[in-house]
Design a protein around this ligand. Structure first.
Ligand SMILES: [Fe+2]
Length: 546
């Protein structure tokens, strides 16, 4: 797959390396070790005429120096028809990452791309631009919550093989924990999926090293080499349960919160194929037009405008009703923040004005009302879990009787902000579809306002490898599902025990969703089972339940 020029350079390079130290015109020249593209390649944030290309090139000698790499986009795998090319330099200051916005491309078209440095070629990747005008079908793979020390990324491997126009990653692309925390001992000890660095990631170098480890995973490399990715961060690219000025997993001994967040954001922008605004690493909310079929609006519900989460244990006290009235329902509490909410309203208006059929929100946390299920007390007592987990479940059973939400870190913890968003979606969108990650389980909801007006549909994607509700509620999945359906009138579909990803097919007349579940994450041998298909017809603002 090498071009003639590359072959020539490779030949020269090879000769130099073979000769070792050369005496040339009186100077001694040290032959260099070849550079490496160890962490593969990636593409992302496709538009109609451009796409972000990513790689990382490392000096072979180990000594720091500036490296200049060529990049090429071609319409053929042999790189005979190059349509866009250029060069870019990198060094230690950006962790040797390479990121370019390759322009001059055509809409709805597949391309090949690669980087070339010192005669060494990166792997060759495939990518695709977004379509323009009339679009008959657009296929998206949706992922979230890929935790390296929990097991293999078999779901990524399955996504890589699928026929997709792009991949969405809704966050928790990495996890920040130390070795041995939130991990599966089998994956760590028997499969060798031990994190680097060993400690919790806090400084810039830590975050960089963690991304570097994840990008050595062959399934993740294959996914990036195959499809363009549109990604947003959730909490674990930063730290657990982050909000705009703090996080559950950050304490004073770990230094200044703002410094740590700045490090996490810098590493994210260095390592992810996201179109970075050079002056602003804060704003990751952005919009993608998918012809006249849809607008895909990526949101930040995690960091930029989120007020602090409530917690039952910390904030409720003795009177749950007072907690709801005085804290949970407080009107001022924000999840998007005012600037992002206004931007979203404008984006929805523009989408409707230009006649896009679907308004798809790519965001982190679950939007539909998911209440604590009322479980048979016998199921709790029979469950094979430690006593303190049983105590937790007994406490939850009391809240279930009051129809309290299961997860206060989701939109359920910000009901006033959710109602404001719902009013905007009712007024300014044609057919809203909200996507969520974060929970590690699969969900579908019919969304409705407090007055019961249909808003749109929501699809929640399961974790790639992070464990789901089955670890917190270790009861038979059919009982868990039934309990949740009974407690949550908006809930249409739930799977509480499987890892996988979501295949969404967007057409002018419908959005069709199937979940693909992998049989195991503790072996490279796995099978895939596919769920029933859920159909949301255009014009209905809810699922067609036949
Ligand atoms: Fe997660």
């Amino acid at each position: 797959m090498s071009s003639p020029a590359l072959k020539r350079r490779t030949l020269v390079k090879g000769m130099t390396a073979t000769l070792g130290l050369l005496a040339l015109r009186g100077f001694t020249v040290q032959a260099e070790n070849p550079v490496h593209f160890t962490q593969g390649i990636a593409s992302g944030d496709p538009l109609q005429d451009r796409v972000v290309l990513w790689s990382r090139v490392i000096p072979g000698s180990g000594a720091h120096r500036e490296l200049t790499s060529q990049w090429q986009v071609a319409s053929d795998a042999a790189f005979k028809k190059i349509v866009s090319e250029g060069s870019i330099s990198t060094d230690q200051a950006r962790d040797y990452t390479l990121k370019v916005d390759a322009q001059g491309l055509k809409p709805g078209k597949s391309y090949f791309y690669r980087f070339l440095c010192d005669g060494v070629s990166s792997p060759v990747g495939g990518t695709k631009t977004l379509p323009k005008g009339k679009v008959r079908e657009f296929r998206m793979g949706i992922a979230s919550c890929s935790n390296y020390p929990q097991g293999y990324f078999n779901a990524y491997a399955d996504m890589a093989k699928a026929d997709l126009d792009c991949v969405l990653h809704l966050g928790d692309y990495i996890y920040e924990y130390a070795d041995g925390v939130y991990s599966n001992p089998i994956a760590v000890n028997e499969l060798g999926r031990r994190v680097k660095p060993d400690g919790e990631i806090i400084a810039l170098e830590d975050y960089r090293m963690r991304y570097g480890l994840y990008r050595t995973d062959p399934d993740l490399q294959m996914l990036h080499a195959t499809h363009p990715m549109i990604a947003v961060w959730d909490d674990h690219e930063l730290m657990n349960n982050t909000w705009h000025s703090g996080a559950e997993n950050h304490n004073e001994g770990e230094g200044d919160f703002a410094t740590r967040i700045a490090a996490a954001k810098k590493a994210y922008h260095e390592w992810m194929p996201i179109r970075t605004r050079t002056s602003d690493q804060e704003t990751i909310y952005r919009n993608f037009e998918i012809g006249n079929l849809a607008d895909l609006t990526m949101l930040d519900t995690r960091l930029v405008g989120r007020d602090e989460q409530l917690e039952y244990g910390k904030d409720m006290g003795e009177d749950p009703r007072a907690f709801v009235a005085e804290k949970l329902l407080k009107n001022e509490r924000e999840l998007l923040g005012q600037d992002q909410a206004l931007w979203l309203r404008d984006t929805l208006k523009q989408s409707k004005q230009r006649g896009a059929t679907w308004q798809i929100l790519g965001q982190q946390v679950l939007m539909g009302r998911l209440n604590i299920p009322q479980l048979d007390p016998e199921l709790i007592e029979q469950a094979d879990i430690p006593e303190r987990n049983k105590n937790f479940m007994r406490g939850m059973a009391k809240l279930a009787a009051l129809k309290m939400p299961l997860n206060l870190d989701a939109w359920d913890g910000y009901p006033a902000a959710r109602e404001r968003l719902y009013q905007d979606l009712v007024a300014h969108a044609n057919n809203p579809v909200s996507l969520a990650g974060d929970t590690h389980n699969a969900w579908a909801f019919d969304l409705q306002t407090e007055d019961g007006v249909a808003v749109g549909v929501e699809i929640g994607t399961p974790g790639i490898s992070s464990p789901g509700l089955e670890t917190y509620m270790p009861i038979p999945p059919t009982d868990a599902k039934q309990g949740l359906l009974d407690a949550s009138p908006e809930l249409v579909y739930a799977d509480t025990s499987q890892r996988g990803w979501t295949l969404m097919t967007v057409r002018p007349d419908s959005v069709r969703t199937r979940w693909r579940y992998v049989s195991t994450i503790l072996s490279r041998e796995y099978s895939v089972s596919e769920s029933e298909e859920l159909v949301a017809p255009a014009g209905m603002r809810r699922f067609d339940k036949g």
